[in-house]
Write a protein that binds this ligand. Structure first.
Ligand code: GDP
Length: 280
């Protein structure tokens, strides 16, 4: 799913999220573990400041595990609850209800102080497109989605999913737009599939990727493309990779388009290993 964001859409998305937040106890924000800052909505902190928030670093299976650990520390230092998740395989999902309970302890204490039995905690999944919101919801629902009726204040189409005894989840996630202003953020979003790569100049996106790989994962580049050394100049590096891989046009010149597409495919298919494109 790719959404084109225009100012009108952004305003509408914001209103919808604000509406949902009214009846929510805890926000579960999903980010891409490979780009935890670039895959966040620029307004998320303001929008959800009045709610306890759990951050899921999803797609951890694709990320650099060393860096993911550093990101966990980064968010914990900012006083967020954090979990590392691979929603595709369901790893880390079972810890979510417990974390949500911990986060909502003040609220539960308030119920008890009033002599009320704590009700199930109401959670909302929030994030930019393609970070894995639906996958997480399906995992939490454990495929057995129990529709438990409407709650006051919500449109009829919204349903709650029961997760164990103590948590209820809105069946539709809150969707917000990513950051667009910074070009590097755009490259990261395009490379990880959060936005259509056609939005950006493809060659430029690959140049960004090659620079990142050359700086942070030089050995992977050498290994994958059988290079002894990595050329300083990125055009030269593209030349070397294209030549090695036989991406040539008539006359033996390197076909840059095909070379760039091959590198992009290798990255997307994980052939360059677990790679994160952002560090704390
Ligand atoms: P949404 O737009 O946020 O609801 O994202 P989806 O749940 O539709 O997921 C977008 C894509 O990412 C799908 O192709 C999922 O299969 C994939 N995906 C979701 N979670 C993970 C994960 O933890 N690891 C990997 N490798 N892929 C994932």
């Amino acid at each position: 799913m790719t959404i084109q964001w225009y100012p009108g859409h952004m305003a509408k998305a914001k209103r919808e999220v604000q509406e949902k937040l009214k009846i929510i106890d805890v926000v579960i924000e999903i980010v891409d573990a490979r780009i935890p800052l670039s895959s966040r909505n620029p307004m998320i902190d303001d929008l959800t400041s009045h709610k306890p928030r759990l951050i899921l670093l999803n797609k951890a299976d694709l990320a650099d595990s060393q860096l993911t650990k550093q990101w966990v520390q980064y968010f914990e230092k900012k006083n967020f609850a954090v979990l590392t998740v691979d929603a595709q395989l369901g790893k880390g999902i079972k810890d979510i209800p417990m974390k949500v309970r911990e986060l909502a302890k003040p609220l539960l204490d308030k119920f008890r102080a009033k002599g009320m039995n704590p009700r199930a905690l109401r959670a909302l999944i929030l994030g930019i497109p393609n970070v894995g919101k639906s996958t997480v919801i399906n995992r939490l629902a454990n495929k057995k989605i129990t529709k438990i009726g409407d709650r006051p204040g919500v449109t009829k189409s919204q349903q709650w999913i029961k997760v164990g005894k103590e948590m209820e989840l809105l069946d539709t996630p809150g969707i917000l737009w990513p950051k667009f202003e910074d070009q590097d953020v755009g490259f990261r979003l395009a490379l990880t599939g959060a936005i259509k790569e056609e939005i950006f100049d493809f060659q430029e996106t690959i140049v960004f990727l090659l620079n990142e790989l050359k700086t942070s994962y030089p050995e992977r580049l050498k290994e994958r493309y059988h290079l002894e050394t990595l050329a300083e100049d990125i055009t030269e590096l593209l030349d070397d990779i294209g030549t090695r891989r036989g991406c040539l046009v008539a006359g033996g010149l390197v076909d840059y388009d095909r070379t760039a597409e091959m590198i992009f495919r290798d990255f997307r298919q994980g052939k360059l290993g677990h790679i994160s494109l952002e560090r704390p």
